[in-house]
Design a protein around this ligand. Structure first.
Ligand code: SF4
Ligand code: MG
Length: 275
């Protein structure tokens, strides 16, 4: 990424100090998000970040744009409403693997196929971190460190990229917090993509999954150029172990944006609910 950005990433950081554990991957996601916003020189008033619940969902508190730290698993639903009412905003949605793929799994499927113009960043550490280390949808079946699943969850893990593709997503990428510049580049591409862009960020939980520190030795760039062919993308995603990073799939399909929902109508709706 070019260094001659007109704004510094710091411009997009709040004064709030993150409460994440030392070494948590989410610090690098914060860095990547602010780098991407600075590169794109987006006015802060034109950006909104929506999140659910979890360690990663604290992100809006640390990014100096409009923010909504909402309800567990409902970030995409809130963001869809926001984008419908305020199409001129750049809408970023952030959360974790538990929030996004379990509690919010249904919203994820339909956000993919609806293809509204927003970017969804999922900080995937294969664990519920904030509630002290339970297995999540992306946890391997034999991970036996949680007292709730002492023999491991025992069921195959959720493949976010494959599910996104099958659900009709038009942009699917995977980044790694060990490479914040690479992640920032993916976020720039995701934000610029017209439609729903899904970025899975491999983001180690140093407290409950300390073995993920080894990810830096496993993660490598995706070998092939991105494809726009969903059949080819499906083959590649299924053949991959989930540790390849880069833009996996990008296609151009119609962006869904309701035409008749304008701010004045939202105002009218609001008035209708006044007591
Ligand atoms: Fe990060 Fe894990 Fe700590 Fe949560 S519990 S802040 S995910 S290291
Ligand atoms: Mg998690």
């Amino acid at each position: 990424m070019s260094t001659d950005t007109p704004l510094k990433p710091k411009f997009y950081k709040t004064e709030v100090k993150p409460v994440w554990c030392p070494g948590c991957g989410h610090f690098a996601v914060l860095s990547a998000v602010t780098k991407a916003l600075a590169y794109l020189a987006l006015p802060r008033k034109d950006v909104a970040m929506v999140s659910g619940i979890g360690c990663s969902s604290r992100l809006p508190a640390y990014v100096s744009v409009y923010g909504f730290h909402g309800v567990h698993g409902r970030a995409l639903a809130v963001a869809s409403g926001l984008k419908a009412a305020r199409p001129e905003l750049t809408v970023l949605v952030a959360g974790g693997d538990g929030d996004g793929f379990s509690i919010g799994g249904n919203h994820f499927l339909h956000a993919c196929r609806r293809n509204m113009d927003m970017t969804y960043i999922v900080m995937d550490n294969e664990v519920y971190g904030m509630t002290k280390g339970q297995a999540s949808p992306t946890t391997a079946p034999d991970w036996a460190e949680s007292k709730l699943t002492p023999h491991g969850p025992g069921v195959p893990s959720f493949n976010p990229a494959a599910i996104a593709l099958a659900s009709g997503a038009s942009f699917i990428a995977r980044g790694f917090t060990g490479d914040p510049n690479g992640l920032a580049k993916l976020l720039v591409a995701a934000i610029e993509h017209p439609g729903f862009s899904f970025v899975q960020g491999l983001s180690p939980c140093t407290t409950y999954r300390p073995e993920q520190k080894e990810w830096k030795n496993i993660v490598r760039p995706f070998e092939l150029e991105p494809t726009a062919d969903p059949v080819e993308a499906a083959h590649r995603i299924q053949a991959d172990d989930g540790m390849s990073t880069g833009l996996l799939y990008q296609s151009r399909i119609p962006v869904w944006q309701p035409e008749n929902l304008v701010s004045t109508q939202v105002d009218q709706l609001e008035r209708g609910f006044q007591v």
